[in-house]
Design a protein around this ligand. Structure first.
Ligand SMILES: [Zn+2]
Length: 409
């Protein structure tokens, strides 16, 4: 096995979560009677470029491509995050009607609609047809394909290069990260800016967010590894910001290597912090499995104690990270009765692996569970705001398992 970025041999396991089905492979009732495919869920760290990564599987593209589509606009806090970003970057880059913005993985248009309403010409690139169509219905032009060097060359041939290319939560999900980054370079206009957001490996380790690991999440990035990937593609990271999203993310600002813009001090400061944290030292990676196991075991102990007391337990949020946690903990419907999710496309289906049924949120009030475990802990505040009054009215309580087992007010 070789590193996806630098081709060095991969010899160090960072995390082994056993076997799991693809995290978005929600099952219909009929599919419950069929065999279910699982893959090793194992991460390696490269001791040359420090990219943490899943291993490659043959037929991965086919097996991880599910018809399930996540609509970004389902989350109010994510919509606000996108609007704030569009406002910030438009001012910082002085974007106007003469500018051109490309968003890679534009989803349902949750972000580009902000540029559209400001009169800034834009283009979305999105392979999933249902979300692409939703964006087109808002009036956003969308190319329905995966982004990479080849797509970028087509855009270049059509004379399309962007003043801004943005990618929020796509970089970590790209199988061929070198090809994708090369595409960013090709599609960038001279003097243009690339911004990418992705969960920060340093936060994943610091807060034991092992549940953010799943097969479709190919890369676990730091500024250190991203700098190496950008450099190989002829790009330079000239600024970096920390964001609270997804438990702690980085937002990179990139430009061509030869761009006259200076590199902000924030870049060397973050590289130093990563080194001080231990991201360039194998020992940090070797310790992580034990920490993940402790979080999982504490969650199990809590659940078993509640079952012993005769309490009922439901979960909220049928997101990828919930599936990783539930499957690693080996939970089934004898412990967690059901999970609620606001996305109509998931309701009536079953979580992969655990086969826990996914119900609409109004089923909380109908069934009145004693405990509601919030699986997407990054959305705890939003979920409690929506359902807190109802749940406390029948004496129910909220809990989270990550970064540690905790009862929420
Ligand atoms: Zn490497």
């Amino acid at each position: 096995m070789r590193c996806r970025h630098c081709q060095a041999g991969l010899n160090h396991v960072f995390l082994d979560l056993g076997y799991a089905p693809p995290s978005n492979a929600y099952l219909s009732e009929a599919e419950l009677h069929a065999p279910e495919v699982t893959f090793p869920l194992k991460l390696y760290v490269c001791d040359q470029c420090w990219l943490v990564q899943t291993i490659d599987y043959s037929r991965a593209d086919e097996l991880f491509a599910h018809d399930y589509a996540y609509f970004s606009s389902t989350s109010q806090s994510w919509l606000q995050h996108a609007a704030d970003y569009a406002d910030m970057i438009s001012k910082r880059l002085s974007l106007s009607q003469r500018s051109f913005v490309i968003e890679v993985a534009s989803n349902d248009g949750y972000l580009l609609k902000n540029f559209l309403s400001a009169g800034v010409p834009c283009l979305g690139i999105e392979p999933t047809s249902s979300t692409a169509v939703a964006a087109q219905e808002l009036g956003i032009p969308v190319m329905q394909e995966f982004f990479g060097a080849q797509t970028a060359r087509h855009l270049l041939q059509e004379g399309k290069q962007a003043d801004l290319i943005c990618g929020n939560n796509v970089y970590a999900h790209v199988p061929d990260i070198n090809d994708f980054t090369e595409g960013l370079e090709i599609a960038l206009k001279e003097g243009g800016t690339i911004t990418l957001e992705f969960p920060h490996l340093m936060r994943l380790i610091q807060h034991t967010q092992f549940d953010t690991v799943y097969h479709e999440h190919f890369s676990y990035l730091s500024l250190t590894s991203a700098t190496s990937i950008f450099s190989k593609a002829g790009l330079r990271i000239y600024d970096v910001q920390e964001l609270p999203t997804h438990g702690g993310s980085l937002r990179l600002f990139g430009c061509r290597e030869a761009d006259p813009r200076p590199t902000e001090p924030a870049v060397s400061e973050m590289l130093k912090r990563e080194e001080d944290f231990g991201l360039l030292d194998l020992r940090l990676y070797k310790d992580f499995q034990g920490k993940a196991n402790t979080v999982k075991n504490n969650f199990l102990a809590f659940l078993l104690e509640q079952k012993e007391l005769g309490k009922s337990v439901a979960a909220y949020g049928a997101a990828a990270k919930g599936n990783t946690l539930i499957n690693y903990a080996g939970l089934k419907t004898d412990i967690i009765d059901f999970v609620c999710d606001a996305a109509p496309s998931k309701q009536g289906k079953f979580l992969p692996g655990s086969h826990i049924p996914i119900l609409p949120p109004d089923q909380l009030a109908a069934r009145q569970p004693d405990w509601v475990v919030i699986l997407p802990w990054n959305l705890s505040e939003e979920i409690i705001k929506q359902h807190g009054n109802a749940v406390t009215s029948w004496g129910g309580q909220f809990a989270v398992a990550v970064p540690k087992m905790a009862i929420l007010a």
